[in-house]
Design a protein around this ligand. Structure first.
Ligand SMILES: [Zn+2]
Ligand SMILES: [Zn+2]
Length: 254
């Protein structure tokens, strides 16, 4: 027997949270029919519903075997940690980055940030989520590194949040962008050396307490010296986080 639903019932039905995945897949099907996936790097047809073609995917600078704590490439592949982390571990527990901060990933991140290419966030988030196939324990929540309201008003979006939305949806992890705020405007980190970056970012964030989570992941688009995520991790540790992971699309190599 056919069940007929009125328009009202149907729209009510798709508004229910349990049907969010269904809505998402329908919207993806419609989107793929109207706008078939197109490679954001060369304009060819995308592969596997991704805005990336096979040839361009092969050029991506995957990081490969890295230190499980700081995310930098390992020289001795049989050790899980690098010498620096064995001697002096950073304030977070684990870093997972998908790529080296090199072309064409650099281009995707820069054009998302400075030319508002929002489709790049979808691609970068999907590629980052692919790195978690073998991750043993996923966190309760993903927290994007916040922008200061001044910067937010200027840029009108936070690239880390846009990437985090995609990762959160693909891995079915809660997204939280309300617990942590940037309370102090900071100079652009790009021009600063490691020590200057640490000073520049000190006490730049405020975290609402009590913290509702024990295991969190902080997400940023790029990790350069690690000064920002280290400062955030220190503050989240003080707020009661037991395990802190750091996720980033790209890792700049020293
Ligand atoms: Zn391509
Ligand atoms: Zn390390």
């Amino acid at each position: 027997m056919k069940i007929k639903r009125s328009w009202h019932e149907w729209t009510e039905h798709i508004r229910q949270p349990k049907n969010q995945e269904q809505v998402y897949s329908w919207s993806r099907i419609i989107q793929n029919l109207v706008f078939p996936p197109t490679c954001l790097l060369c304009g060819d047809q995308g592969e596997e519903k991704l805005d990336l073609c096979r040839n361009c995917r092969e050029t991506l600078p995957y990081l490969g075997n890295t230190c499980r704590t700081c995310g930098l490439p390992l020289t001795q592949s049989d050790l899980p940690l690098c010498g620096t982390c064995l001697k002096e571990p950073p304030p977070f527990d684990r870093m997972i980055c998908a790529f080296r901060y090199e072309e064409p990933i650099r281009h995707l991140i820069q054009s998302l940030k400075f030319r508002s290419r929002h489709a790049n966030a979808r691609l970068l988030g999907t590629l980052l989520a692919e790195s978690f196939d073998t991750a043993p324990a996923l966190p309760e929540v993903v927290i994007p590194v916040p922008l200061h309201p001044f910067r937010y008003r200027e840029r009108r979006f936070n690239q880390a949040l846009e990437i985090a939305r995609v990762v959160s949806s693909q891995l079915s992890i809660r997204l939280d962008y309300a617990t942590c705020h940037r309370i102090r405007p900071t100079n652009a980190q790009a021009q600063l050396h490691a020590e200057e970056r640490r000073k520049n970012i000190r006490e730049a964030f405020a975290i609402s307490s009590p913290l509702a989570y024990r295991h969190i992941a902080l997400l940023d688009d790029v990790v350069t010296t690690g000064a920002t995520v280290s400062e955030l991790a220190t503050q989240f540790r003080q707020a009661g986080a037991a395990r802190i992971d750091v996720w980033a699309c790209a890792r700049a190599l020293p």
